[in-house]
Design a protein around this ligand. Structure first.
Ligand code: ADP
Length: 662
């Protein structure tokens, strides 16, 4: 069966749709194109989306390898990467085009055997996937909800206020309503010329759903059906950058390739979504004009002024690169703008990773074979008049639709291709797949072992992974455009390593979680943390430890969304950790207090691990014992980039200093 499949595969003409040849799918005879593919084939065929040079190769024949027939034959037998697209939902169309360009094998109805890659449209389902790679991280959807994201960024703002000033001041409703009122009153008192506007966004909402603007905290609708939902209220950015007198925002695609080690890529191009009414600063009269203030495509499409773009430089949805060109021609420093955007993206992901790691170890605990995860995120960014980028939100499931609805006659709609969406989104999906190519990874691993300088040089040229061999049919790198995704982390890791304190706090938290599969720390785990890190003292008894645990845990559980598990969540642990740090290292800035306490705890735990070495394990493994080892894909090592020795040296200084006892 496998042989036949491979033989049939070798006969497939380049550019033919990726039809499952190996096994019938859901009663469909093998080789029958799944629904939609015929239409696809006739519509797109070997069209502009196909890699250059494909048509020239002719049908039904493979281009002979430059290295001769035997080698070419061997390359052709290499199995193609398999992709399960059965849960791709609205990203299916763009995924199909990408797979055709890559000549990978699509399984639109799933597959009995495991696939290399599972492409899910909504969120991580760990059901029955035990291997390969899934394009969603567990917990990502929860992490980027408006309230959770606000909380995560705010914690980072507490630690590094200047580094995290790219996110508007925000409050969480209803729990912080009084705080919101009090802070606004205070700020108005100290600056009477301040005439703010606020934007209220329901938690879990999307596409502008339920959003409204207010001038006064008293205008918040705390009662009523939709409006009484938990929400974030945020300072409204009144002076956005305008193009053609219109407000617009940017949707950038970011690939989180791996959580540990952290790897981030940014797509070189994104989309700009325009309002459809000329912008005016908010006044009581225009507050409700959504086509003026909200850039959501889903809202503005209903405006009579909406212009469908037939090229990428005009209309209500354009490429971001076209905006950059325009700004550059006006003399703007677009290099600085890009670098600010890259910083914003890296810092935001740094704010999200600690909790994502907790979700990860819970869903894919050490010992479970897999899968490993990657994810495309949609970053919504607003440019201020002075070109400062501000983060609006992060989407775990950004729309990958490449078609839009058009009203042909009143009430009659048809889906028509959207060239702007297609240009940007197909490239993002295709190049994400290229970066995740499991065969490339295997080749890279082999190369690492043999350390071949020629392949390393090729890799430099491509900037991401080794290039394919000439004549190889499964991944025709040479025939594809250069990657649209640019690595930004670890490339710029050095600049950001000092911000990754909470990853190390999360590593401590995970160590004491105990039973695999949980995300919350019980009272015993917390006590063990305190004891093992030698944080209790005559001033801070174990009874006080219990009170601290109960106080903080109760408060977080009353506001949290996850009531399934009892115990202390990571945010609560972080709050307790800050509290301990402030107690122990008084009168220093918070981030220094926290850094010192992390060093101290890591030092104590390393010393403890040294005392009880596990039989047969070497020093390297004991060093990384601060965090439990994880299954493939999340090799948790101490989160800090700082070498252990320098950290322990610093920590020992503080451990000796009696004045720092709790
Ligand atoms: P949704 O998920 O519902 O789209 P967003 O947070 O993206 O919610 O907000 C919707 C739109 O509102 C944005 O696209 C943007 O145009 C506008 N917006 C959101 N927050 C702000 C803000 N703080 N200042 C100015 N405009 C904002």
């Amino acid at each position: 069966m496998e042989c036949c499949a491979l033989a049939r595969e070798a006969e497939e003409p380049p550019g033919s749709p990726a039809v499952p040849a190996e096994e019938p799918q859901d009663g469909q005879p093998a080789g029958t194109p799944p629904a939609g593919q015929e239409r696809d084939r006739s519509r797109r065929g070997a069209g502009p989306q196909d890699p250059p040079g494909r048509a020239a190769r002719g049908r039904g024949r493979r281009a002979p390898s430059r290295r001769g027939g035997e080698e070419g034959g061997r390359a052709a037998r290499r199995p193609r990467v398999t992709v399960d697209s059965s849960k791709a939902k609205t990203s299916l169309e763009a995924l199909k085009i990408s797979l055709r360009q890559l000549r990978w094998r699509e399984f639109p109805f799933g597959r009995r055997l495991p696939c290399d890659i599972y492409w899910h449209g909504i969120s991580f389902h760990d059901n029955d996937i035990f291997s390969g790679q899934v394009n969603k991280f567990p917990g990502m959807t929860e992490m980027v909800r408006k309230i959770t994201l606000s909380r995560a960024v705010r914690t980072m703002q507490d630690l590094f206020p200047l580094e995290y000033n790219f996110y508007p001041r925000s409050w969480i409703l209803p729990e912080e309503f009084s705080l919101f009122v009090a802070e606004v009153r205070m700020m108005k008192g100290s600056d009477p010329s301040w005439k703010p506007t606020f934007i209220v966004k329901p938690d879990g909402g999307c596409q502008g759903d339920g959003i409204y603007l207010i001038k006064d905290p008293g205008d918040i609708r705390l009662t009523g059906s939709i409006q009484s939902r938990p929400a974030v209220v945020q300072e409204y950015i009144c002076k956005p950058l305008l193009v053609d007198k219109l407000k617009f925002d940017i949707r950038l695609y970011v690939l989180l390739k791996s959580l540990e080690p952290l790897e981030i890529y940014i797509a070189k191009d994104g989309l700009s979504r325009f309002c459809t009414e000329p912008y005016q600063e908010p006044t009581l009269k225009n507050l409700h004009q959504v086509f003026m203030h909200l850039t959501n495509y889903s809202l503005n499409i209903h405006s009579g002024n909406f212009i469908h773009s037939d090229n990428v430089n005009t209309g209500s949805k354009r490429t971001f690169s076209s905006i950059l060109c325009r700004l550059s021609s006006r003399g703007a420093d677009v290099k600085k703008l890009w670098s600010d955007i890259i910083s914003l993206v890296i810092k935001t992901i740094i704010a999200l990773t600690p909790e994502l790691k907790v979700y990860y170890q819970s869903d894919i605990p050490a010992g479970k074979p897999g899968p490993t995860c990657f994810q495309i995120l949609g970053f919504d960014i607003l440019l201020m008049k002075n070109l400062k980028p501000m983060l609006l939100e992060v989407n775990a499931n950004p729309s990958m639709r490449i078609e839009h609805e058009q009203e042909l006659s009143p009430g009659v709609f048809e889906n028509v291709p959207s060239p702007v969406d297609e240009e940007v989104k197909v490239a993002v999906i295709r190049d994400t797949l290229r970066l995740m190519d499991p065969q490339k990874k295997k080749r890279k691993d082999t190369q690492c072992q043999s350390s071949d300088p020629v392949s390393e040089a090729k890799e430099e040229v491509w900037g991401a992974g080794p290039a394919s061999s000439p004549g190889q049919d499964t991944a025709p790198e040479a025939a594809l455009p250069s990657l649209c995704l640019k690595q930004v982390f670890p490339k710029y890791a050095k600049q950001f390593s000092s911000l990754r304190l909470l990853d190390r706090v999360a590593a401590l938290f995970i160590r004491f979680l105990g039973v695999k599969g949980t995300t919350k720390l019980g009272p015993t785990g917390f006590r063990t943390f305190i004891r093992n890190c030698k944080l209790s003292s005559s001033n801070f008894s174990m009874a006080s430890v219990d009170i601290l645990y109960i106080d903080i845990t109760r408060r977080w559980n009353s506001v949290g969304i996850d009531h399934k598990e009892s115990g202390m969540c990571l945010q609560a642990f972080v709050e307790a950790f800050f509290c301990l740090a402030q107690k122990k290292y008084k009168s220093l800035p918070l981030h220094e207090q926290v850094a010192l306490l992390i060093y101290f705890c890591e030092y104590q735990l390393a010393a403890l691990d040294e005392k009880r070495p596990v039989c047969g394990r070497g020093i390297v493994e004991r060093r990384s014992a601060v965090v439990p080892c994880q299954a493939d894909g999340l090799h948790l090592t101490p989160a800090a980039q700082t070498p252990l020795l320098s950290r322990t040296a610093t920590a020992s200084k503080f451990a000796d200093d009696g004045s720092h006892r709790c």
